[in-house]
Design a protein around this ligand. Structure first.
Ligand SMILES: C[S@@+](CC[C@H](N)C(=O)[O-])C[C@H]1O[C@@H](n2cnc3c(N)ncnc32)[C@H](O)[C@@H]1O
Ligand SMILES: [Zn+2]
Length: 355
């Protein structure tokens, strides 16, 4: 066991990043936890109750309690590492004096509690789908839910059967599969929430290779109508969300993808709030973290709100041309260094841009 420091928290953990590690801690997720701290600081009120269903070392929950100052109570749950979480609470106890802390070691599938929570965090190994039911029974109206997934093979089209089984959707290997993964995950969470009469708005996502995380806010209005299918041409890069028999560019048939979430995958309004808190005085992130988070949120808030992106390599190989430079395109996406979005159809894009 080693002693680590991240943000304003010191904690014991094992830097193994393996399922076998006694206490899971992945230092590569620091950026993700920075985003998490900023989101809670910016978008949530004070006196919150929090529940982390998969605490690992407790680093995330401890950072949320200490760095946001928003929680008056917090439950750290982990089936395996509750002893070390107790210890990590103890070594940070001066900074946690205002938080009513509880450590539990339940299986998250059947986590039950007499109370409801303003913030619930699902950060498991693999798929989060098995734990959504527990979370929705316990999420307060107006609360925030964070959901991570590492089963990216299923979500991003490499393991199609697993995706159908777990998410009830058909994914596809495409140049923009990470976006499909995000949209399928959002769809599943929103559908499950509906069963509990909870309506959700996607606030923010983070994609890091084999890790996906989405934040939702429980809201009063319905968003379910933004769930549907997308259509990817089987022969060319063209894709659309309008149902048609054949591709208008090359006349080939479409693959149908979905169902998936077709609304915005983040909220511009809340990202603007996060940026203003990040640049204000309340949060004391070091300069390198501020820069990284600020870059991410600024780029995201400037993205075009359309379904999916194209990549320069995909277009060039389709046209059998040398690779185009991404600098030619204004509407880049943070989901791929070679990715850009267009507001017109693929045919119009080719006619207008590449002649
Ligand atoms: C990805 S780690 C959590 C990481 C932590 N949230 C962080 O940001 O560092 C997943 C954790 O879930 C725990 N776990 C696995 N299955 C569980 C279950 N069914 N119920 C509760 N905890 C579980 C593991 O012991 C492990 O610590
Ligand atoms: Zn086509």
């Amino acid at each position: 066991m080693d002693l680590f420091e991240e943000g304003k928290v010191k904690f014991f953990a094992e830097d193994k990043q393996l399922k076998k590690a006694e206490v899971f801690f992945n230092p590569k997720r620091k950026f993700d936890r920075d985003l998490n701290v900023l989101l809670v600081s910016s978008l949530m009120n004070k006196n919150l109750s929090g529940l982390e269903l998969f605490s690992g070392s407790g680093v995330r929950g401890l950072r949320l309690c200490i760095e946001t100052g928003k929680f008056s109570s917090f439950v750290f749950n982990d089936i395996k590492s509750s002893e070390i979480v107790e210890k990590n609470i103890e070594i940070n106890k001066r900074k946690l004096s205002k938080v009513d802390k509880k450590v539990t070691n339940f299986d998250a599938v059947s986590f039950e509690s007499g109370k409801k929570y303003d913030y619930i965090d699902i950060d498991p190994f693999g798929s989060p789908v098995f734990y959504l039911n527990s979370a929705f029974k316990l999420l307060k109206k107006g609360g925030v839910l964070a959901v991570s997934a590492t089963d990216t093979a299923a979500l991003m089209g490499s393991a199609q059967k697993a995706c159908i089984r777990k998410y009830g959707s058909v994914s596809l290997k495409t140049a923009y599969s990470n976006e499909l993964g995000i949209r399928i995950l959002i769809k599943k969470v929103i559908e499950e929430a509906e069963i509990h009469s909870i309506k959700l708005l996607p606030l923010l996502f983070n994609f890091e290779g084999n890790f996906l995380r989405v934040y939702f806010k429980s809201i009063a209005y319905n968003t379910k109508e933004k769930i549907g299918y997308a259509y990817q041409c089987s022969k060319c890069p063209s894709r659309q969300i309008k149902k048609e028999i054949k591709c208008s560019y090359c006349g080939s048939r479409f693959y149908r993808i979905g169902k998936l979430w077709l609304g915005p995958i983040y909220s511009k309004k809340y990202i603007v709030k996060m940026l203003s808190v990040l640049n204000g005085k309340d949060l004391s992130f070091p300069a390198d973290s501020v820069l990284k988070v600020s870059n991410y949120l600024t780029k995201l808030s400037n993205e075009l709100d359309v379904f999916s992106y194209y990549t320069t390599s995909q277009i060039s190989s389709f046209l059998k041309q040398p690779e185009l430079s991404i600098s030619r395109f204004k509407d880049k996406t943070i989901l791929s260094p070679k990715g850009f979005r267009i507001a017109v159809s693929f045919s119009d894009f080719l006619n207008n841009n590449l002649k």
